[in-house]
Design a protein around this ligand. Structure first.
Ligand code: ATR
Length: 273
C-alpha cells in the first residue's frame, strides 16, 4: 500500500486523513494516509524517517510550511514564489516541494462559490505561511491591488518583496487600517483567532460587494466571519472548501487522478464544520 501522511504540530484534529481516505475510495486507489506530529526541531528527522519507511508523499501543515520549503531538493514554481510548501512528493533525489493552497483557495472561491475575482481590491491580513501560500495564486487569478497588513510589519514588507509587483502589491501598517478604504475581497490569513486575539478591524473595510474569507474553518473562523457579518460583507466563506480543494490538487500530484471534491465537501460541511 502506498504511504502518505500529514505532518503538523498539533495535527491530531487534521481532516486530511479523512479527506484522502475518501478520495482513495472514490477513485479506487489503495493508500494509507496518517497524521504525524512533529515539533519544529524534529521536522527534518521525522521526514527522513518517513522517507526511509517508504513514504511517497506528505502534506505539511502548521507550523512547518515555511521550514518544509528548505527541506526539499526541488520546488515547483508556485512553491518557490510562495516560499512555503504544503505538499511533498518523493523523487529519486529527495523531496519535491509544491504548494496547492493557492489554487485550492482560488478554485473554491471561483468554482464552488461562483465569485469573479478579477479586479477585486483585496486586503490580505497576515504574512505568515498561510498568507504566502495564497498570495501568488490570487494575483494570478486577476485580483486588483493587493494590500497586505501584518502585526509584524517587516513580514508584510518581505512578502510584498517576493511577490515582486510593486505597482500592485502594497504592504501597510495595522495602525493605518482605518485609512485603507473599502475592499472587495478580505482574506484572514492570520492565526490570531487560534490565540483568541483577532485585532479590531473597522467595519468600513467591508461593504455590500465584499467577500470575506477566513482560511481557517470551524470555531477558529467564527470571530472573523462574525466581524464580516456585522460589517455587512456579502459573502462570508471559511476555509473548509479550500482545504478540500488543496487536498484534491495534492491527490492529483501523487496519483495522477483528480477526485470529485463535492461529496467530500458536503459530508464535512454537514458533519464537521
Ligand atoms: P500560518 O502558517 O498560519 O500563516 P505563521 O507563519 O506563524 O502561521 O503566521 C501566523 C500569522 O498570523 C502571522 O501573520 C502572524 O503575525 P506576525 O507575523 O506578526 O507574527 C499572525 N498572527 C498571529 N497571532 C496574531 C495576533 N494575535 N494578532 C495579529 N496577528 C497575529
Amino acid at each position: 500500500v502506498k504511504r502518505f501522511a500529514v505532518i503538523g504540530h498539533p495535527v491530531a484534529h487534521s481532516l486530511s486523513p479523512k479527506i484522502h481516505a475518501a478520495f482513495g475510495k472514490q477513485t479506487g486507489i489503495a493508500l494509507e494516509y496518517i497524521a504525524l506530529d512533529a515539533a519544529p526541531e524534529h521536522f527534518d528527522a521525522l521526514l527522513a524517517e518517513f522517507a526511509a519507511e517508504g513514504g511517497l508523499g506528505a502534506n505539511v501543515t502548521l507550523p512547518h510550511k515555511t521550514r518544509a520549503a528548505s527541506s526539499c531538493t526541488t520546488l515547483t514554481e508556485r512553491a518557490r514564489r510562495a516560499g512555503a510548501v504544503n505538499t511533498l512528493i518523493r523523487s529519486a533525489t529527495g523531496w519535491e516541494g509544491d504548494n496547492t493552497d493557492g489554487v485550492g483557495l482560488v478554485r473554491d472561491l471561483t468554482e464552488r462559490h461562483g465569485l469573479d475575482l478579477r479586479s477585486r481590491r483585496t486586503l490580505l491580513l497576515g504574512a505568515g505561511g498561510a498568507a504566502r501560500g495564497v498570495a501568488p495564486a490570487l494575483l494570478d487569478a486577476g485580483i486588483g491591488d493587493l494590500f497586505i497588513i501584518n502585526r509584524t510589519p517587516e513580514r508584510a514588507d518581505a512578502l510584498a518583496d517576493v511577490l515582486a509587483q510593486p505597482g500592485r502589491v502594497h504592504p501597510r501598517y495595522f495602525s493605518d487600517v482605518s485609512s485603507l478604504g473599502m475592499f472587495d475581497l478580505i482574506i484572514n490569513a492570520t492565526s490570531a483567532a487560534r490565540d483568541a486575539a483577532l485585532p479590531t478591524l473597522p467595519v468600513a473595510l467591508a461593504g455590500p460587494r465584499t467577500a470575506a474569507v477566513d482560511l481557517s474553518y470551524g470555531e477558529v473562523a467564527i470571530p472573523f466571519l462574525a466581524w464580516a457579518h456585522a460589517a455587512g460583507a456579502h459573502d462570508r466563506i471559511d476555509g473548509l472548501g479550500m482545504l478540500v480543494e488543496q487536498a484534491a490538487e495534492s491527490f492529483q500530484r501523487w496519483h495522477g487522478v483528480r477526485p470529485d471534491t463535492d461529496p467530500c465537501f458536503e459530508f464535512l460541511r454537514e458533519h464537521r464544520a
